[in-house]
Write a protein that binds this ligand. Structure first.
Ligand SMILES: Cc1ncc(COP(=O)(O)O)c(C=O)c1O
Length: 492
């Protein structure tokens, strides 16, 4: 008998079903001639024993391959490789994309950290209270398209179509430096700026450069999950410190620093993700003092600085950092639209240089034409005008949404009205199963997160972020009505 156990390796960590793995491997073995026509396969019970799986799993795989014409099942005789193999591409196994005869799984196994496979929300045509996405229908696409075309048409700028500066287009960095100075009080020059494809890329590159395995990274509990994943992938040890209504607990941070060396503190001080609280002025000063005293890096992710509704926003930590302890990250993905992947890092030039070396390994440069188009929008004030308009609309939507949550959902939810950002950190009361609620809402046409993304390690989750910026008041009406109806069926 063939060594089926070796021929059909199973990866139990893989997101692909075991049945699908068995079926796909059998197809490959048949195609490669390792299992020629008319070969008798072990019975389902024997095969299940060899592979260490449930018999039903093998039966399902055999049935699928029989339906596709790869196998023939003969009553009382057994299962055979078909003598008339399908000469066209096989019908695809459930859930796999159509491909003209290409393998549907690798012929080898590999591991992927299970945490990385947790689903993330993406835009669809359904109603959605998302993680806090901007309303892409408001995006200044006409100006962007005009500028993009102009940049492409200017023949004297043909250099823009070639290989360029890894650190980002110089005109973009010049305009951004002015913008950061005027809008946030950050006294950056182009040498202090590095362009990325969004904030996440910035966090990833910085983790590669600034962290070594086992370095301690302090984050809030809870914290922006993608950042946690990046640090964990780098091999860092994460210390989760409490977050209250004034932001990260700085007393707890000081106590931590006294115990063991902290390498980095990751903060989203303007509107903490996911809770939306703002780090108080007093804690900001102390955080900077501690950074200087203990020598840790402050990674300031200021992804939605532009959307603040209460009085005037507090300036970023980076604006008061003369000692070079803060690395500032920002992005245009929320202020224009997520599809336009332009973000940036502000840091001392020696770190900017290192970022260039690391980025080059995977991405020679950013989208230079897009950077120029955005730079012109900054120079002409288009972005600033768009932000002013969007901020007004989002503030109105926040008020409408919080009113609907209060009036429609009553004591099923509790929340603090956020001073800024694009989502409400909403607590559903203890009797509500958030996973069941999210699933039932989905069936009714509304997508909401079930909260696991924000607190994956908690046994029971009561909080989720409900984004308001991307929905019109009518859509919020419809969406909250769905939650109200579903709650009535879930919590009698
Ligand atoms: C705290 C935080 N940082 C960064 C990002 C990612 O931004 P970008 O699209 O620029 O990568 C997000 C996205 O929601 C976020 O919530």
């Amino acid at each position: 008998m063939l060594p089926y156990k070796t021929l059909i390796p199973l990866d139990r960590q893989s997101a692909t079903l075991i049945t699908t793995q068995i079926a796909n491997t059998l197809i490959r073995l048949i195609r490669q001639g390792i299992l020629p026509a008319n070969t008798k396969l072990p019975g389902s019970r024997a095969m299940a024993g060899l592979l260490g799986v449930h018999r039903k799993t093998v039966i399902t795989a055999f049935d699928e391959l029989t339906a596709q014409g790869w196998l023939v099942q003969q009553p009382a005789r057994g299962t055979f490789v078909s003598s008339e193999l399908p000469d066209i591409a096989p019908r695809q196994l459930t859930g796999t994309p159509a491909s003209a005869g290409l393998a549907t799984t690798t012929g080898y196994s590999f591991r992927i950290r299970e945490q990385l496979t947790l689903p993330v929300l993406k835009n669809t045509n359904m109603l959605m209270f998302d993680d806090g996405f901007p309303d892409v229908r408001l995006a200044p696409t006409a100006q962007l398209a005009r500028n993009y075309r102009n940049v492409l048409q200017r023949s004297f700028q043909q250099r823009l179509l070639g290989y360029a500066d890894t650190n980002g287009d110089l005109f973009f960095r010049q305009q951004l430096a002015h913008y950061l100075h005027d809008s946030r009080g950050i006294p950056a020059s182009p040498e202090h700026i590095f362009t990325t494809r969004g904030s996440v890329m910035a966090i990833y590159l910085l983790a590669q450069i600034l962290l070594q395995p086992n370095d301690i990274v302090v984050v809030g509990k809870p914290n922006y999950r993608s950042a946690n994943l990046i640090f964990a992938e780098r091999g860092a040890t994460l210390i989760h410190l409490p977050v209250d209504t004034h932001g990260l607990d700085i007393d707890a941070l000081e106590a931590q620093c006294r115990q063991q060396p902290v390498r980095m503190v990751f903060v989203t001080p303007h509107h903490h993700h996911p809770t939306t609280v703002t780090l108080s002025a007093e804690r900001r000063i102390r955080l900077l003092q501690l950074a200087e005293h203990y020598g840790f890096v402050v990674l300031e992710d200021d992804y939605d600085y532009d959307f603040h509704y209460a009085s005037s926003p507090i300036l970023p930590l980076a604006s008061a950092d003369a000692a070079g302890m803060v690395v500032y990250i920002g992005s245009f993905t929320k202020s224009i639209a997520p599809a336009f992947r332009v973000g940036y890092v502000v840091a001392p030039p020696n770190l900017i240089e290192a970022l260039g070396y690391y980025r080059r390994i995977i991405d020679r440069q950013g989208d230079t034409v897009l950077e120029q188009a955005i730079a012109e929008m900054l120079a002409e004030g288009d972005i600033q005008r768009h932000l002013k308009k969007a901020q007004k609309i989002y503030q109105q939507r926040r008020d409408v949404f919080c009113g609907l949550l209060r009036d429609r959902l009553g004591d099923a939810v509790s929340f603090t009205i956020p001073d800024g950002g694009m989502a409400v950190w909403t607590r559903f009361n203890d009797r509500i199963d958030l996973t069941a609620l999210a699933a039932a809402c989905h069936k009714q046409g509304l997508i909401i997160g079930n909260g696991r993304f924000y607190q994956p390690d908690e046994p029971v989750v009561h909080h989720t972020r409900l984004g308001f910026a991307s929905s019109t008041p009518e859509e919020m009406e419809q969406g909250t009505h769905i939650i109200q109806k579903v709650l009535a069926t879930l919590v009698p």
